[in-house]
Design a protein around this ligand. Sequence first.
Ligand SMILES: Nc1ncnc2c1ncn2[C@@H]1O[C@H](COP(=O)(O)OP(=O)(O)OP(=O)(O)O)[C@@H](O)[C@H]1O
Ligand SMILES: [Mg+2]
Length: 144
Amino acid sequence: MEVFITTTTLQTEKIGEDLGKTAKPGDVYALDGDLGAGKTVLTRGIARGMGLNEEDVCSPTFTIVNEYDELKDGTVSKVPLFHFDTYRLEGSDDFLDSGLDEYFVRGGVCVIEWSSVIDDLLPDNTVRIRITGSGDQRRIEVSR
Ligand SMILES: Nc1ncnc2c1ncn2[C@@H]1O[C@H](COP(=O)(O)OP(=O)(O)OP(=O)(O)O)[C@@H](O)[C@H]1O
Ligand SMILES: [Mg+2]
């Protein structure tokens, strides 16, 4: 497990950016941590690391999943980012009933906020990230 300590939003975004730079199609990043922990901030960084237009990245709480595939220069990326927020799901059955597991095999990078809701569905290659902290300090644990 790798551990990072950050004291600003930008530093957390940078951790995500480094992850995004090495992200490959089929990769899954499972994010957990309380409301306001910084899961969306980290995801914005991952998007930037993938070369995507990260300004658009916001919490997909009401839609469950957002897709991002626009590169900085306005062209379309071969590797999209699928950004999930499973906070509002009851559990894995909800996820499967909506066919959302198909995103795991669509050749993109999946980032899942509140991933513990669908823990039993996460693929073996999942990178698990837990964010804790308070004030402006965050502890980011990355297990792969
Ligand atoms: N070191 C830090 N890293 C990340 N965010 C920080 C840090 N310090 C303060 N913050 C603040 O914490 C908040 C993180 O918000 P963010 O939307 O990323 O949380 P979240 O985990 O996605 O929450 P939710 O579960 O509601 O989706 C932001 O308001 C951000 O400015
Ligand atoms: Mg969020």
